[in-house]
Design a protein around this ligand. Structure first.
Ligand code: 9MR
Length: 582
């Protein structure tokens, strides 16, 4: 994108809740030029009248952005409306600035400001379903079922159960990202984060709230056959679609295959139905098997009331996966030459974090002491490992959370874990407060998928808040939402369709191949490592500081691609934000 945002006053471009803290950030020194500003005025976006005015904060050094910034705190403005935050100098009789240096894009204050983000985020997964006809009145996406050939995917390797060349039905599931691969690790972690959000904030997720453009599939059918009609919340309808695909990836002995993809990448403008390449089932891993067991164990709890038959099946799946892990104590990542030729690696050669997560979820779901014993014998050191934000490579703290919130947990261990979560949260809120933009990322965190990491760190604050409620935790968590939604050093919102300056050129085959804009995609965001040519050239040319290593360009897959696990951590944050004060 050639037209970069020019406003120096950065806000959450979607808006703020009336009762929540509200801050804008202004770069007073940036790229050698200076914005002369001491005061701010929040003006009605329509008639320009001043709703609130005040002094900017003292300058804050913001090295990750290469800036010195000041903050405008307009938290006391609770009157719903649409405003602009102006900065400058002097004060007129009616409280406005005498000299205006710059002004923000429009910013909304209101209850329900995030409802649309939540609906877009859930629908996004529906629109990304493979093997599903989509005719969506909202986005205009109109596609027949994609990758139907996955019903007859070829096993890429021979193994104890299936000979080379044999077929497996692995139809269904979401496309992972801007490509058409389907991978177990991000799938299981994404479903886990969705189910965690639902367990924490059930009132935030309702049936019908997203107007899903598909028949409500799968689990409801089985529930209707067997027991009773259910009105599953849209989020759970969508998570179940992925769980049913995950089920197809499980081998008879409980182990779980790694991924489904073709042996070469489709062109970036190839629509799903144009990609008729043969697809393969590749690899197998113990870390993916463990993530699968954890997600299935969670499903056994979450669907127990509304879809009991599905929940029971999920528990059987989880137990079978865990049995395999107990019989195979060493980490295994089965790699066959050529398996990454047309898809992402998602490789990890250790599995302790994931095994911990799996056993902890099974303990929480079943209360069966055999899982507690397994943890004590195999992973006693993981209880005392410092918590860290969950991502596909590291699910440790999902496991620690499951353990500390399990009825069957050892009280002393659970208490130690709870205080470790609070220590983590106290350190993190201090970091957030020290960062000019209120972003939770450390300098070295501005790597591939940094936006996701900021959101995931924010989610950890909400788990801490559930242990010991503290306004600082909630504020710090919402700050990460504000970052993703546009209060950034680049001035971009890092979520498609949200705010005034969202990414308009995401690296995405469904978008490019069909010419449809799809909202709700959290893109990778700032990445100091320049992992693609377009980004590397931009960094070389501009010498951008870490938080500004971003280009809104289709070619730039290391900053402008979405993946299922990038939007996933938003559900916990939106769960809180959309039910605040209820
Ligand atoms: O999200 C993944 C990121 O953590 C890795 O650093 C990167 C390089 O391996 O891969 C990302 O995942 C991509 C996956 O391999 C293939 N589908 C697209 C994903 C998002 O770019």
């Amino acid at each position: 994108g050639s037209e970069r945002p020019t406003e120096r006053v950065r806000v959450d471009q979607v808006g703020y809740l009336p009762s929540a803290p509200k801050r804008a950030v202004v770069a007073v020194e940036s790229d050698g030029s200076t914005v002369e500003a001491e005061r701010f005025a929040v003006r009605d976006a329509g008639d320009g009248t001043v709703a609130l005015a005040g002094a900017l904060s003292n300058p804050i050094d913001s090295p990750d952005a290469g800036e010195t910034v000041r903050r405008a705190d307009f938290s006391t403005l609770s009157e719903p409306g649409e405003y602009r935050v102006a900065v400058g100098r002097g004060e007129t009789a009616d409280g406005d600035l005498r000299e205006t240096a710059d002004e923000s894009v429009p910013v909304r204050v209101g209850t329900g400001v995030y409802d649309g983000v939540l609906a877009d985020a859930v629908r996004l997964y529906t629109l990304k379903r493979s093997n599903t006809a989509i005719d969506d009145p909202v986005t205009g996406l109109d596609v027949p079922p994609g990758h139907t050939q996955d019903a007859e995917a070829r096993m890429y390797f021979g193994d104890a159960f299936r000979e080379e060349g044999q077929e497996l039905d692995v139809a269904g599931g979401w496309y992972d990202a801007g490509d058409y691969g389907k991978y177990v690790p991000p799938a299981a972690v994404t479903v886990g984060q969705m189910l965690l959000a639902y367990e924490r904030y059930p009132a935030a997720f309702e049936a019908g709230q997203c107007d899903l453009p598909v028949e409500r599939l799968g689990v409801e059918r089985s529930a209707a056959d067997g027991e009773r009609e259910s009105e599953l919340p849209d989020l759970l309808v969508e998570a179940a679609f992925e769980l049913e695909w995950l089920e197809r990836m499980q081998r008879e002995d409980g182990a779980v295959y790694h991924k489904v993809a073709a042996s070469e990448w489709p062109a970036v403008d190839e629509a799903p139905t144009d990609d008729d390449r043969e697809r393969y089932v590749y690899g197998l891993s113990t870390f993916g098997t463990a993530q699968y067991a954890a997600a299935m164990a969670m499903a056994a709890r979450v669907y127990a009331d509304d879809a009991p038959a599905f929940a029971e099946r999920a528990l059987d799946n989880a137990r079978a996966a865990h049995d395999y892990l107990e019989d195979n104590p060493d980490p295994e990542f089965r790699f066959d030459a050529g398996q990454d030729d047309g898809s992402g690696p998602y490789r990890k050669d250790t599995d302790r974090e994931e095994r911990f997560w799996a056993a902890a979820e099974l303990l929480k779901t079943t209360g069966d002491t055999r899982y507690a014993d397994y943890l004590e014998v195999r992973f006693v050191d993981r209880f005392d490992a410092p918590p860290r934000a969950p991502v596909w490579t590291d699910a440790l703290s999902l496991g620690q959370w499951a353990y500390l919130s399990a009825d069957a947990a050892d009280d002393a261990r659970a208490e130690r874990l709870a205080s470790a979560f609070l220590d983590y949260a106290d350190d993190l809120v201090a970091d957030i407060e020290a960062d000019g933009y209120g972003c939770a990322l450390d300098t070295e965190d501005y790597h591939w998928a940094s936006t996701k990491l900021a959101l995931s760190k924010g989610g950890m604050l909400l788990l801490a808040n559930a242990i010991d409620s503290d306004d600082r935790y909630v504020t710090g968590a919402l700050d990460q939402l504000h970052y993703a939604l546009g209060r950034t050093p680049t001035g971009y919102s890092y979520v498609t369709g949200q705010g005034t300056h969202p990414p308009r050129n995401p690296h995405d085959r469904l978008v490019e191949g069909t010419g449809t804009s799809i909202p709700g995609m959290v893109v990778g965001g700032a990445n100091r490592n320049g992992d693609d040519e377009t980004l590397a050239a931009y960094i070389a040319e501009t010498d951008a500081p870490p938080a500004k290593c971003y280009v809104d360009a289709t070619a730039s897959y290391s900053v402008n691609e979405w993946a299922i696990d990038y939007t996933a951590p938003v559900f916990l944050l939106l769960g809180h934000a959309t039910t605040m004060g209820e």
